[in-house]
Design a protein around this ligand. Structure first.
Ligand SMILES: Cc1cc2nc3c(=O)[nH]c(=O)nc-3n(C[C@H](O)[C@H](O)[C@H](O)COP(=O)(O)OP(=O)(O)OC[C@H]3O[C@@H](n4cnc5c(N)ncnc54)[C@H](O)[C@@H]3O)c2cc1C
Length: 393
């Protein structure tokens, strides 16, 4: 029998089979930009939120339209290039930056691209890809989050216009946005067929940016409470089909959850990498703390969880890319990667000891930022329910 001479490739540069050399070049250039132009401001933007010029710079560099068609100013790449963007944004050391950017590219833009008219695409998608227009997505309301069908915002036809009334909360980019993709009730008696998506300019009379909301983490992002008081929009503001808004949003949420899952895994990996460096340098009882078995095993546990989560995300993404609609696996990926990210960030604080609790090291920020991932885009409990129901339960 031939002897297998292969040796463990622990130090080999990792590249998953879904990525090509082009993806890796893209990864390098995004990372270079993020480290040079975003990371130095991480601390400052915790106080001020990140400035609008971040969108302009990303637009100039082509990073806001990586998988969008070239005819709208995009790069015409595949879905995996969006994963690369989500992964590299973690090097900003500020979760709010990644969230603000991905709301633009992977939450607000996809419904415009999928359901919008040519006029809507020219008016909003083209400048959004160029970084000249900022978008947000309005689903959640003060009295309806997990239960999207309980939203109260209404859009009532009046002549040739719809008149929108209601409120949206927790809206990322809500203060800076030029337009919102908004779901409203258009027919109270029609059940799930009674919702419609709208694409609404945020400078219309009656759009009120009520409050900048304070939060646990993601401080560099802007989170708004919005009110809509008799906001008059033409029929051409309908995005997609009248009465299909609920289904359009459920479709949008799949992309939102998958990209969020990729961000969770990348966030976990990033905080792991930084903590590994720390554990090799920090000494106690005459040796680097990473050389204690108790700490070594923490890294082993974390690394295994991260790898498993990454495989879930990449497999779901690979299926999505190849034309499947793997809702169950996307839901699992979202649930599992968010939990892993929170567990890993928590363990990394522990490994840092007191320094982990100090803002200077940035680990507590990662912990606070990543905590959102078990709530935003659908809570753990809702993910579990969706997975359970997918088995007919
Ligand atoms: C920082 C931040 C940014 C956000 N950005 C946006 C945005 O840009 N646009 C947007 O539209 N929304 C946004 N959201 C809203 C987010 O998607 C919602 O917070 C989330 O969907 C949960 O809704 P909720 O907060 O109303 O919680 P609730 O629905 O009130 O849930 C409260 C608790 O009850 C549980 N629960 C509810 N229903 C069930 C059930 N059937 N079974 C078991 N448990 C259940 C939940 O899991 C949760 O634990 C953001 C939220 C945050 C915090």
């Amino acid at each position: 029998m031939a002897t297998d001479l292969r040796k463990p490739d622990f130090a080999a540069r990792r590249r998953h089979f879904i990525f090509t050399d082009e993806h890796e070049q893209l990864r390098e250039s995004i990372r270079r930009f993020v480290v040079a132009e975003l990371q130095p401001h991480a601390q400052e933007w915790e106080q001020t939120t990140f400035p609008d010029r971040v969108f302009e710079r990303l637009g100039e560099l082509g990073f806001l339209g990586l998988d969008k068609p070239e005819r709208y100013g995009g790069q015409g790449g595949d879905y995996f290039s969006e994963l690369v963007l989500a992964e590299e944004l973690v090097h900003a050391h500020s979760g709010g930056v990644g969230m603000g950017v991905l709301v633009q590219t992977d939450m607000a833009m996809p419904p415009i691209l999928a359901f919008g008219t040519e006029q809507q695409k020219q008016r909003w998608l083209v400048p959004a890809i160029a970084g000249k227009a900022i978008l947000c997505l309005g689903i959640t309301e003060p009295d309806a989050g997990s239960d999207v069908s309980a939203i109260r915002t209404t859009a009532v036809l009046d002549g040739d216009d719809y008149v929108i009334n209601g409120s949206k909360t927790f809206i990322t980019n809500g203060h800076r946005a030029h337009a919102i993709v908004l779901v409203a009730k258009t027919d109270a008696g029609a059940g799930y067929e009674g919702f419609t998506l709208f694409l609404v300019a945020m400078d219309l009379p009656g759009v009120i940016r009520e409050k900048r909301l304070d939060k646990l983490g993601m401080h560099s992002s802007d989170t708004a409470l919005l009110a809509f008081q008799d906001v008059r929009v033409p029929r051409s503001a309908v995005l997609g089909e009248v009465g299909k808004g609920f289904y359009h949003i459920m479709w949008e949420l799949q992309g939102e959850r998958l990209i969020g899952a990729a961000g969770s895994v990348a966030g976990a990996q990033h905080v792991f990498d930084r903590t590994l460096q720390y554990a090799l340098q920090r000494r106690a009882f005459g040796r680097p703390i990473g050389h204690f078995q108790a700490i070594r095993h923490k890294f082993a546990e974390m690394a295994t969880k991260i790898e498993a989560a990454r495989e879930l995300v990449y497999t779901a993404a690979w299926r999505f890319h190849n034309g499947d609609y793997p809702v169950r696996e996307i839901t699992m990926a979202k649930l599992h990667s968010a939990r892993v990210a929170c567990d890993v960030a928590d363990e990394c604080i522990q490994i840092h000891g007191g320094n982990g609790y100090m803002t200077e090291y940035g680990i507590e920020r990662a912990w606070r930022d990543l905590r959102l991932n078990r709530i935003g885009a659908g809570t753990d409990e809702i993910m579990l329910d969706l997975i359970g129901r997918s088995y007919g339960l």
